[in-house]
Design a protein. Structure first.
Length: 290
């Protein structure tokens, strides 16, 4: 069976870079095994499979080359941008169904935004903090960590850790096996490390993301991690803003600059929800045979 899979780069910065995802429309005819084969053949970190839904406008199933996962931020933005560009979205307000339920999607001009849940924070004891430091190749209590790392969950959980400069973030050489074990123990997607030093003015943070538990050594744009970081900056760092811009991909060995917008919803001073989004462009297609 021959299949043409569009490749859509999400969270592009100035029309370039971003994080590529495969998008498969009319996917209801493919079995779980076939979807795994397609995702493996496409070979990107995630491929989205779009099919009809009884509870939302579209049903999205996300696959890495090795497994199905509950959510994927950049593949969601890629999918809805692609659907919009093809004239398949009737309204500004739309929605997706995933294996975890229904989520709202908002189209704002050429930008797509996805709903995430209010943040849940997990503080870690000294032994767990030492494991995080060791997995990042730094000494426990490293003086340039700006605050104690914590786990933040807005639908997916990540360790969030702040460094003093982008040079320190770039210098990190992660132990991917240790990160994978820690992520498995705590139910994480991975680590999101950042500093408030950015490449472009008007941005709030520059980040790197490691998710070896899901076969991703490093990813160039992660919408499901930028949401937790926006909440962290608001709640833990005391930055009383409703909109954050997060850079990612600049510090990779092969840079793919990306930018993710995080819009917080606040009630009585607390974050009650958020939308994370960005721009996406079609960068090519993959012709595969399964």
């Amino acid at each position: 069976m021959k299949i043409t899979v569009p490749v859509v780069n999400a969270f592009v910065d100035g029309g370039k870079g971003g994080n590529p995802a495969g998008v498969v429309l009319n996917a209801h005819g493919y079995s779980h095994r076939q979807r795994l084969e397609i995702a493996a053949a496409v070979g990107l970190s995630e491929t989205a499979f779009v099919s009809p839904s009884a509870i939302a406008d579209f049903k999205l199933d996300f696959y890495t080359p090795t497994m199905q996962i509950a959510h994927c931020g950049h593949a969601t933005i890629a999918t809805f941008s692609y659907l919009s560009q093809r004239g398949l979205i009737a309204n500004q307000h739309t929605s997706k169904e995933t294996i975890d339920g229904r989520r709202e999607i908002v189209m704002d001009g050429e930008m797509a935004y996805m709903e995430q849940t209010p943040p849940d924070y997990t503080t870690l004891d000294g032994q767990e903090l030492e494991k995080i430091s060791a997995s990042l190749g730094i000494e426990a209590g490293h003086q340039n960590l700006q605050s104690e790392p914590c786990i933040v969950n807005t639908g997916n959980a990540f360790v969030i850790a702040e460094f003093g400069s982008k040079d320190e973030v770039q210098a990190i050489e992660p132990d991917l096996k240790m990160i994978s074990r820690f992520s498995e123990k705590h139910g994480l997607i991975g680590y999101y490390i950042f500093s408030r030093e950015t490449f472009k003015e008007g941005r709030d943070a520059g980040a790197r993301m490691f998710a070896p538990r899901y076969g991703i050594a490093e990813e160039s744009a992660t919408g499901m991690a930028a949401g937790p970081l926006g909440c962290f900056l608001h709640d833990q760092s005391g930055i009383a803003k409703e909109r954050f811009l997060i850079e990612q991909g600049y510090l990779m060995e092969s840079p793919s600059p990306s930018v993710i917008a995080v819009n917080l919803k606040r009630k009585n001073g607390s974050v009650s929800g958020l939308m994370a989004g960005g721009y996406a462009t079609v960068s090519g297609q993959r012709e595969i045979v399964i």
